[in-house]
Design a protein around this ligand. Sequence first.
Ligand SMILES: Nc1ncnc2c1ncn2[C@@H]1O[C@H](COP(=O)(O)OP(=O)(O)OP(=O)(O)O)[C@@H](O)[C@H]1O
Ligand SMILES: [Mg+2]
Length: 249
Amino acid sequence: MALLKLEGISKRFGAVQALSDVNFSLEEGEVMAIVGDNGAGKSTLIKIIAGAQNSDSGTYWFEGRPVTVKSPEDARALGIETVYQDLALFDSSNVAENIFAGRELVRPVFGIPFLRMREMHAQSSELLKSLRIHMHSTKLTVKSMSGGQRQSVAVARAVAFGRRVVILDEPTAALGVAEQQKVLALIADLKTRGFSVIVISHNLGHVFQVSDRISVMRQGTCIGVRNVSETTSDEIVKLITGSDTAIRH
Ligand SMILES: Nc1ncnc2c1ncn2[C@@H]1O[C@H](COP(=O)(O)OP(=O)(O)OP(=O)(O)O)[C@@H](O)[C@H]1O
Ligand SMILES: [Mg+2]
């Protein structure tokens, strides 16, 4: 039984049919890549999974039960956390503040909530260490960081609160080679911790390096799912571009 399953998902933005009748599934403990050209509907699909967008039609199943995911809170309640393409970090806040943003630890003193900053720094620091992310201090502000470090903070935030599924939208885009490899190692690490991971990427080398399966999207439809062990990047490219006669469904 799939951990998460979407059936017949459609989504229209005005004149644009971003998704039409998309099926998607994610097994427990697997890394599923979503690939496809710009505008194929990848981000829209994960936003629907994450509750950031609502689909026009279709069914969402989690652990075999139909569920209603209409908001990010609904998805979080299922243990699903998402790192979006734009990361959505608070630039002038520090690492710990970003990790706990919106879910701050507070202690009421005479009924007035006080932030437990020391604990948030300690927990953030532990979390980064456990993810093998090196950072001098959790007091560094995010705007002073490199792309890879920012990505790490965003992933750490997702891991801190996600229990089942972590979704990453193009986590290696705009990173240097060494930082890309760190993020890929982080994904492999998530898998060994029992998370299921959905990762969108344009880099097929990375996709083949970290994923178990690949869902290919083209013009708002999911046109095929392949096991990484049973396909080639050649076949995936052909599925993405639609430039082939040998497409099997
Ligand atoms: N909020 C929105 N309002 C209007 N149109 C949208 C919105 N979000 C996405 N779209 C449109 O839906 C289509 C799918 O977009 P989406 O962002 O899902 O593509 P993508 O596969 O993630 O592309 P990329 O690889 O460039 O990130 C595009 O035509 C896009 O312009
Ligand atoms: Mg996108």
